[in-house]
Design a protein around this ligand. Structure first.
Ligand code: ARG
Length: 585
């Protein structure tokens, strides 16, 4: 049982509350500013309001009523707070025991009970580059997928590719004019993008190009076999390119079916909207009025344009219904930024259809748009048009240069690596810098990217976390060389933990709550923040204390188990964020 749960139960008992009140009390527990004041603090403001009494008076009464036990050493009132002191030795065992007993599972819990979450993320557009802008959706989405499964949900990872729409008319138009099969084989997406841009540019001065492109797309929609074969080829080439990036990042999806695959359901769904009396004509187009449905004033959702073409929104309506029918999800989450209006319209239109058709399950209410802010300042040597592969390459190359400089300056701390090791370390550190940067602030904040900052081995960076992890692994290598057990097994009964050790122990105990918060808030940043605090607590401990002291085997053994618990917790958190924990760096 987590320590905070134990303390919350003791608080409930002291207040003579039924035990179901304990979790609520537990959530308001905080940490006093220094361990000298206590290990946990319970603020009495909310109780004071309820009981119409002054907070310090409540704190004093409550502190007197809390009974010390095996874990709680004493409770004292400090102004409006009850500060609790824990028995360090007993609490350290209670926290470290479960970590060491099942390291890979520490932080996981069965909250989901096998319920399904459909997670829509990444979703780049075919015949367009896998742009750096898609990294945030890919990264936050993949992080959430790992977090949800760690907590017992069954996650359906859906890569809803943008593989349909009038832009393909332009690509096909260009291909028919200028297409070169050898170029296409050699440069695939890059070449398709050039074709698209060329046709688009031409359309700016020659409006008939747009007309012809529209016509070509219409033929595609009607199933013209030649055009369909071209489209198929472009899609496969694009997806093959995206797959290289996904493999590099170690991300896989359960489905790569995009807008095209749902197209055959769209007419039927539009029919349902019409029959239910939910859709209406507006200036030749077919729309659903959604303003005010979910308490927001928004423009209508357009199912069909005045020229008869179905829309992105119509496809998303059909897709959501199809997802429900296939998976019966408990949540359907879209990790997409800057489409707030689109998703508000989508969810409201589905809500109206649900009411009109009297659906039994009110699933539109479980649809969510997990949005995120904008990354400013990214550019690579190739300039501002930023392809994700170029960004990953540059991160790797910069990481390699930094590693080589460090090795030249301090060969003891950074010994020469084999070529294969150096490749692995450079790629992993480069990725860590990029991926951690994305989650180092809350997802909705706009952020400014800077190569030098994100690659530093110190500060709030991915490489700092990896470096801390590698340091811990270095300690185990030394322990083994000294003939000591490298901190596995059960927690050792050592002397009472010193302040820095104790703060590290308490921090370790917070990991499950950080994972749970990341899940409920759809916010991988909660884990990033925790890991940074954990690494800082570790480094504060390690700078002050010697772990391996051949003259004092009992203390060494106790400290090695503490380092082991820290290392496995850090590794679990890094893996949830898609960052490779490294053993050497
Ligand atoms: N392909 C779209 C884009 O790049 C994102 C698709 C998001 N998912 C969805 N179901 N609409 O903007």
């Amino acid at each position: 049982m987590p320590i905070t749960t134990h303390v919350a139960q003791a608080l409930a008992a002291a207040l003579e509350y039924p035990p179901e009140h304990a979790p609520g009390l537990g959530r308001s527990l905080t940490r006093p500013p220094s361990p000298a004041l206590g290990d946990l603090a319970f603020p009495c403001f909310a109780l004071a309001k309820q009981l119409r009494m002054a907070p310090p008076k409540i704190a004093a009464d409550l502190a007197a009523r809390i009974r010390p036990d095996a874990l709680i050493a004493r409770a004292v009132a400090a102004g409006p707070y009850v500060n609790l002191f824990l028995d360090r030795t007993a609490a350290a065992r209670a926290i470290l025991g479960p970590i060491l007993a099942d390291p890979a599972r520490y932080g996981s819990r069965n909250i989901g009970g096998g319920q399904v979450i459909v997670l829509d993320f990444s979703a780049p557009n075919i015949a367009k580059p896998f742009h750096f802008g898609h990294l945030r959706s890919t990264n936050i989405g993949a992080g959430l997928a790992r977090i949800f499964s760690f907590l017992g949900y069954r996650v359906v990872r859906k890569n809803y590719l943008g593989d349909w729409g009038t832009q393909f008319g332009f690509v096909i138009y260009a291909w028919q004019r200028w297409g070169d099969a050898a170029e296409l084989q050699a440069r695939a997406i890059e070449y398709l993008v050039e074709l698209y841009v060329r046709a688009y540019r031409q359309s700016e001065t020659d409006p008939t190009v747009r007309e012809q492109a529209r016509h070509l797309f219409l033929r595609l929609e009607q199933g013209d076999p030649d055009i369909a074969a071209l489209w198929q080829q472009f899609r496969e080439l694009s997806l093959a390119g995206f797959m290289k990036t996904y493999q590099r990042l170690d991300i896989a999806f359960d489905s790569y079916e995009g807008e095209a695959a749902v197209n055959h359901l769209v007419e039927g769904v539009i029919e349902r909207f019409v029959r239910a009396g939910v859709a209406e004509e507006s200036q030749g187009a077919l729309v659903v009025q959604v303003s005010g449905v979910l308490g927001r004033e928004i423009a209508p959702l357009m199912l069909r344009k005045s020229d008869g073409a179905s829309t992105y929104a119509a496809r998303d309506c059909a897709e959501a219904i199809d997802r429900w029918e296939r998976h019966g999800f408990s949540a359907n989450i879209y990790v997409v930024s800057r489409q707030e209006d689109h998703f508000a319209q989508l969810f409201a239109a589905l809500t109206r259809l649900a009411a009109a058709e009297q659906w039994e399950a009110h699933w539109p209410a479980t649809c969510e748009n997990v949005s995120f802010g904008y990354v400013r300042g990214m550019s690579t040597r190739k300039g501002e048009a930023v392809w994700l592969e170029d960004v990953l390459d540059e991160a790797r190359d910069r990481a390699r240069r930094i590693r080589e400089e460090k090795s030249a300056a301090n060969p003891r701390a950074f010994p020469t690596l084999s070529a294969a090791e150096l490749d692995h370390v450079s790629e992993s550190v480069g990725q860590a810098a990029l991926l951690y940067f994305d989650v180092s602030s809350r997802r909705l904040s706009d952020v400014t990217f800077d190569w030098d900052t994100v690659l530093q081995f110190e500060g709030n960076t991915g490489p700092y976390l990896q470096y801390s992890h590698a340091r811990m692994c270095g300690i185990f290598r030394r322990a083994v060389a000294e003939g000591l057990a490298a901190g596995s097994g059960t927690p050792q009964a050592g002397p009472e933990p010193a302040d820095e050790e104790w703060l590290l122990v308490l921090k370790l105990g917070e990991f499950p709550a950080a994972v749970a918060a990341a899940c409920t808030e759809r916010e991988p940043h909660e884990i990033a923040k925790f890991l940074h605090e954990l690494a800082s607590s570790f480094n504060a401990f390690y700078n002050k204390h010697t772990v391996i002291d051949p003259a004092d085997p009992a203390t060494s053994a106790a400290r090695l188990t503490l380092v082991r618990a820290t290392q496995v917790t850090l590794a679990n958190g890094l893996k949830l964020l898609g960052i490779r924990p490294l053993e050497t760096m």
